[in-house]
Write a protein that binds this ligand. Sequence first.
Ligand SMILES: Nc1nc2c(ncn2[C@@H]2O[C@H](COP(=O)(O)OP(=O)(O)OP(=O)(O)O)[C@@H](O)[C@H]2O)c(=O)[nH]1
Ligand SMILES: [Mg+2]
Length: 243
Amino acid sequence: MEKTLVVIPTYDERENVKNIASAVLESLPEANMLFVDDNSPDGTGDVLDEMHEADQRINVLHKPGKSGLGRAYVSGFKWAIEQGYDYIFEMDADFSHDPAVLPKFLEEIKNYDLVVGSRYIDGIRIMNWPLNRLMLSKGASVYVKVITGMPLFDPTGGYKCFRRELLEKIDLDNITSNGYSFQIEMNHFTWMHNYKIKEVPIVFEDRRSGYSKMNKTIVREAILKVWQLLFKYNLRRKPLIIK
Ligand SMILES: Nc1nc2c(ncn2[C@@H]2O[C@H](COP(=O)(O)OP(=O)(O)OP(=O)(O)O)[C@@H](O)[C@H]2O)c(=O)[nH]1
Ligand SMILES: [Mg+2]
């Protein structure tokens, strides 16, 4: 029986963690969860510890301080590999990613190395986002595609599922993104090395409570990261032939 882990990074998500855990485990009762908390000032870490006591399917990795979404996922993925999970999900804590879709991802990952939830297949499926946020995200997806050649509709999305073998092939210590460009960097490796990616349509909803951690540094990092990736592969804009 394959083992599934849903990894959720948290920073100041006290109001969301209990509800998201219930929703995830209702959707995928066989799965385990790992929260990676950066010592959230609002005490999210304490709530997570209580949740772990009450339900052993819920695990918590406590990190000393805020070091970005990318670093949180790298720690979470290493833990997942050590613990022998086969399918490893990325997901936000804030209900932007609908837990009801988890089984659909799980079905697809049997035939692919990476399943990416896409907000932009056949139009735009984002609810309640201000126009400037939408333009930033949609603009980023076009920017990434034009510069790198990577044919994904939604290269910055954070709802996805990795096959363990793929994560093992990625040198996680060499993934340099701190913020959201982590998504681009992981997708780029996967595509460049000829792993199979499936994009599935998802509906993305603005967070229900708490505050956004998006900031200018994160945007700047992503703008630069795309060029770094292009140069890293000597301006190559299509996958390498060998796996
Ligand atoms: N551990 C950790 N988690 C983070 C960090 N930054 C963001 N997160 C988490 O990553 C997920 C996505 O962050 P969000 O702030 O929701 O980012 P977003 O979805 O682009 O923005 P909004 O939906 O507008 O809030 C959430 O679960 C956050 O709590 C961080 O530095 N460390
Ligand atoms: Mg969010």
